[in-house]
Design a protein around this ligand. Structure first.
Ligand code: HEM
Length: 148
C-alpha cells in the first residue's frame, strides 16, 4: 500500500470518527429526560378541575387511585360516553355499571364514598375495572377527603 493511500485512509478514518463523535455528542446532550409523574393528593374538589375542559387533562378516581385517562379523551372528554366520570370518583359508577348522576359523590367536601354497601358482584366489577385502569393508565395520585 502506498504512503499516499495509507495517509488517505488515516485521514478518512479520523474524519469519520470526528463526525461520529459529534453526532453522538449532540444526540446525547439534546436528549431531554421524560419528566417523572410525581403522584399527588387530590380531594374531590381539586379532581373536578381535571375534567378535560379547555384542553386540560382528564383524571378519574377508581378505588382511591387517580388515573390520567387523557389518552382516551374520546371516552371521558365532553361528549364522550363516559364523560360523567371525568374529574370524579368513578368507583361506585363502575361497581354498579351505572352512569346515573346519583352514583357520583354528591357532597364533594364531605367524606369519601367508602362503598360499604355494595354487594360482592359489584365489588368484583369494581376490582376488575381497577385492574383494567392500572394496566392501561398512569396513576397520578390518590384521592383523599377534603378534610384529610
Ligand atoms: C350499552 C352498554 C355498553 C356498551 C355497548 C359499551 C361499549 C364499550 C366499548 C365499545 C368500549 C371500548 C372498548 C375499547 O375500545 O377498549 C367500552 C369501554 C368502556 N366502558 Fe363501556 N359500554 C357499555 C356500558 C358501559 C357501562 C354501564 C359502563 C360503566 C358505567 C362502561 C364503562 C366503560 C369503561 C370505563 C370503558 C373503558 C374505557 C377506557 O379504556 O378507558 N360501559 N365500552
Amino acid at each position: 500500500m502506498s504512503t499516499i493511500t495509507t495517509i488517505s485512509i488515516a485521514f478518512l478514518l479520523s474524519f469519520v470518527i470526528l463526525v461520529g463523535k459529534r453526532v453522538f455528542y449532540n444526540a446525547t446532550i439534546t436528549h431531554q429526560p421524560t419528566p417523572l409523574a410525581v403522584p399527588r393528593l387530590f380531594c374531590p374538589t381539586t379532581l373536578l378541575n381535571f375534567n378535560g375542559a379547555d384542553g386540560k387533562p382528564v383524571y378519574i378516581a377508581v378505588c382511591g387511585h387517580v388515573f390520567d385517562v387523557t389518552p382516551c379523551k374520546h371516552f371521558y372528554g365532553s361528549g364522550g360516553p363516559y364523560e360523567n366520570f371525568a374529574g370524579r370518583d368513578a368507583s361506585r359508577g363502575l361497581a354498579l355499571q351505572s352512569f346515573d348522576k346519583e352514583v357520583l359523590t354528591q357532597d364533594l367536601k364531605g367524606p369519601l364514598d367508602n362503598l360499604a354497601d355494595i354487594n360482592a358482584t359489584q365489588l368484583a366489577n369494581l376490582e376488575s375495572w381497577e385492574e383494567y385502569f392500572s394496566g392501561k393508565y398512569t396513576v397520578v395520585g390518590w384521592l383523599v377527603a377534603e378534610d384529610h
